[in-house]
Design a protein. Structure first.
Length: 425
């Protein structure tokens, strides 16, 4: 095996952090390929909780090389804060963590514009972003106005780039949002300060990852968000600003598709979403509230309560198909311990017609009524189980049906937050 790719099946928050932590035990390199500090991966080891936003979850295991790839947008302050928190918990990163020179930087004006745009005035709709500047940073990258990590090491060039960007941003901030202009000199000074602290981490990460593959080492590609938030294939415009699907792996790390030998989808045993946009199986009732409470469904990055609903098999089938997922890791099965009856959405009824496939038009998804099939719950504790035979028969039948609906097998079942609360089939 050369590269194993980890992809979120739903709208993010599927539990990728825990699965990456487990799989990284026998990997040599763990590489993050997309997203920014808007992601929150939670890992629990020996009752110690770690919430990682930028640094790959593999950092929690000694002797691993962790890479932040070129497809990531880096917030220097968030990165340094994360290192500090890890250090306080006894996790050292020197010599094992590297940032791609090609990764783009999140600048103060990106956050300012992100928050201002959430008024809905820009595109006529509120997206529900985290306000971390992710979208504006990727927008600048596409418009060739971005500033890259490598630019931190070139003070004069950095100053020129910031001044050019600030001239444009000030026009937007002042005339469109009525906000104060940027202090360019202050931004340059701030980021030159970051340069001193980051220079030991900056590397040519493309060659690093490719050489690891050529040398026969095992690489784990860690994603952020989920397929339904993909800029191309998600419920646009209620999406993130990068490719959270399989295509982001190659572009975000600088590796060829032929080197990806296994694609593992991470899917929650029910469905959640943070922010705006369609969620066909959403439950705005007592059951939805129970799912949120039992599942601890509050954002690791923002603390916002997540919208909850039954498992959406249409979403699962779509993600498996476009990503070519070999198997699925089904997470948070234990959250369903509390329900006497469960439902799985197997289709959408739109304007009286049943659709078995995900529509391309987001407006159709927003109008979709879920077509459910009912399943008997097991009403017994599965939390902490680590062997498949331990599961109640009803839980096994639920897993079997999930496999049939989404079109691939379930190879891993997570039964709790702890690292050892997992069933590997």
């Amino acid at each position: 095996m050369s590269v194993q790719a980890i992809i979120g099946v739903q709208w993010g928050d599927e539990g990728k952090g825990k699965i990456v932590d487990i799989l990284s035990e026998d990997k040599d390199v763990i590489a993050r390929y997309a997203g920014g500090a808007n992601a929150g991966h939670t890992v629990v080891v020996a009752d110690q909780e770690y919430v990682l936003h930028l640094i790959p979850s593999g950092i929690l295991r000694k002797g691993k090389i962790c890479v932040i790839g070129n497809g990531v947008v880096l917030d220097p302050d968030a990165f340094l804060t994360e290192i500090e928190i890890l250090g306080e918990k006894g996790i050292e990163v020197d010599g094992s963590l590297f940032i791609s020179q090609k990764a783009h930087l999140i600048m103060p004006y990106h956050k300012q514009l992100d928050k201002a745009s959430e008024s809905g005035e820009t595109i006529g709709v509120k997206i529900g972003t985290t306000g971390r500047g992710i979208g504006p940073a990727y927008s600048d990258k596409a418009s060739r106005l971005g500033i890259r990590v490598a630019d931190l090491l070139k003070p004069d060039y950095l100053k020129t780039r910031v001044e050019h960007a600030a001239e444009i941003k000030n026009t937007v901030l002042k005339q469109y949002y009525g906000q104060k202009p940027l202090d360019t000199a202050q931004i340059v000074e701030q980021y030159l300060g970051y340069a001193e602290k980051l220079k030991g981490f900056i590397a040519d990460c493309g060659p690093l990852v490719r050489k690891a593959i050529q040398d026969g080492k095992k690489v784990l590609a860690e994603g952020a968000q989920g397929t339904m938030l993909d800029i191309d294939h998600g419920t646009y415009p209620f999406v993130t600003s990068s490719n959270a699907s399989i295509s982001g792996v190659c572009s975000g790390l600088g590796i060829p598709p032929k080197d990806i030998s296994n694609i593992l989808g991470i899917m929650k045993a029910y469905t959640t979403r943070v922010g705006e946009g369609p969620l066909p199986t959403e439950l705005n009732d007592k059951v939805g509230k129970q799912l949120r409470e039992h599942g601890g469904e509050f954002g690791a990055t923002t603390g916002r309560p997540r919208r909850c609903g039954w498992l959406d098999g249409v979403v699962g089938r779509f993600s498996v198909a476009i990503n070519g997922m070999d198997t699925i890791a089904l997470t948070k099965l234990d959250v369903l311990d509390h329900f006497a009856e469960l439902k799985i959405c197997i289709g959408y009824r739109i304007d009286g017609v049943v659709h078995n496939e995900m529509p391309d038009d987001t407006d159709l998804v927003a109008r979709a009524e879920p077509v459910y099939e009912n399943h008997r719950g097991w009403m017994s504790k599965t939390a902490g189980m680590d062997k498949y035979d331990q599961l109640p028969d009803e839980a096994k039948r639920y897993v079997d049906r999930v496999e049939e609906v989404v079109g691939t097998s379930v190879s891993i079942i997570s039964t709790g937050q702890a690292r050892d609360s997992v069933i590997v089939r």
